[in-house]
Design a protein around this ligand. Sequence first.
Ligand code: ADP
Ligand code: MG
Length: 265
Amino acid sequence: MSATVESSIPQSHENGFSSLEPAYHALIELRDVAKVYQLDEVEVRALDGVDLTMHRGDYSALIGPSGSGKSTLMNTLGCLDRPTRGSYRLDGIEVVNMSADQRARIRNAQIGFVFQNFNLLARTSALENVELPMLYGKRMSARARHDRAKELLSLVGLGDRLDHHPGQLSGGQQQRVAIARALATEPSILMGDEPTGNLDSRTSREVIDLFRQLNETKSLTVILVTHDLAVAKNARRNIVLRDGKIIADTRDHEFAAAALRASTE
Ligand code: ADP
Ligand code: MG
C-alpha cells in the first residue's frame, strides 16, 4: 500500500464536492453559510459566509467573543436552526431545505446534546434520566434500556450512582449523567454549548477529560462551544469566530488564543 490510494482521490470541484467520490464525504460540510436576523431596520449577520468541514472523529472547540456567532453556528450544526443562505451537508445529506420534522429525525439519529445547566429531570434517578431518550426512536425492551443506561453510566464513571437523583450529585457528576444520556441514542456527534460553564475548574477538568476519552476511545465526533481556553486546549482543533466569520481554524492552541486576543482588543 502506498500513497496511490490517497492521490487517486479526485480533487474536489469549486463547490467542494466531487461526483466521483461519494464514499469520501465528510461528516459535516458547510458551504458559504449565513444567518441573518432582521431587527427593525438593522440586519444582524450572526453567521457571515462560513465554510467548514469536519470529519468523523474530529474534536473541535468553537471559541470567540460574546456575540461572535458561536451558538448560532452550533445550533446550525445541530440542525436546530436553519441558515438564511448556503449549504449544510450532514453525513452527505443536504439539511438546509429540510422540513422541521425531517431535521428533527436527522438530529435524533446523528446528534447528542449536552447543555450548560445539564437539563436533567430533578426527581428522577440517573439511570432513568439516561433511559429516557431510549423510549423514543427505535424500539427497545425495558430490559435493554436498563442495561444500556447502566453500561453508559459505568462508561462515564458513575456505575455506583445509578439511583442517585441530580440533587444528590455534584455538578460534574450531573454533567456526566447528561453526557451518558446524550449517548443513549448512539449519535455520531456529541455537541455542547458551554458544557462546563456552570462548573468550577476542577469539575470542569473531569468533564473535559471525559470528552477527550470518548473522542479517543469511541471515535466520537465532539464539538464544543466554550469561552474557557483550558477547555479549548483539550480539543484537537480550535475554530475562532468573530462577527460571524471564522478567523482562525487551527490545531495550534497558542495561535487560536492569539487570534482570540486580537479579536477582543
Ligand atoms: P455567541 O454565542 O458567540 O455569543 P450568538 O450566536 O448567540 O453569539 O449571536 C450572534 C449574533 O446574532 C449576536 O449579535 C446576537 O445578538 C445575534 N442573534 C442571535 N440570535 C438572535 C435572534 N434570535 N434574533 C436576533 N439576533 C440574534
Ligand atoms: Mg452563545
